[in-house]
Design a binder for this molecule. Sequence first.
Ligand SMILES: O=C(CO)[C@H](O)[C@H](O)COP(=O)(O)O
Length: 209
Amino acid sequence: MAKLQVAIDLLTTEAALELAAKVSPYVDIIELGTPLIKAEGLNVIKEMKSAHPDKLVFADMKTADTGALEAEMAFNAGADLVTVMGAVDDATIKGAVEAAHKLEKKVVVDTIGVQNRVQRAKEVSAFGVAFVELHAGLDEQALPGYSIQKLITEGIEAQVPFSVAGGVNIDNVKDVVAAGATVVVAGGSIYGAKDPAAAAKALQEAIGA
Ligand SMILES: O=C(CO)[C@H](O)[C@H](O)COP(=O)(O)O
């Protein structure tokens, strides 16, 4: 069954921990968003892992260079998974994967800005990454005419383990699962909901149904 990942794009450790406490019963992976890590530093990873040792903690580092170094920094702080950008040099991704293998952790490749996501997903999967995140970032989602359908179609075509991030909500989650996603990422539809726990529970139920 697909795993549910909550993306916490809030800006303080306190708010992130408060949200995680509400939604953790319904999610498998807790993602610390890039702005959160930039605002609070690696300490937010440490705090989240110590509050939720039973959950996978995903540090959305969006690393673009020094792959091994940045991955190691996040892993040593308690992250189980880190992201590296797919648009960067292969060496950066391979460096992060080597660090992950040494520490028995995992790397996810984020495809924001990648022109041919299907081709790049196939290429980087051969480097030993855990899965590829087919991702439309918050800026792309805000453009007129944006639809998550493109990511869903790419997932079907890629034929490699993938997650989808880019506005997953209760109306489209079943399509994401039907496409074969390993992980379903939901940010705004959980942290922006009036009742985040209820929103996470509904997504979890839809994934399992
Ligand atoms: O990494 C991100 C932005 O770069 C977000 O965390 C990701 O897009 C998931 O959030 P949402 O469901 O709101 O799109």
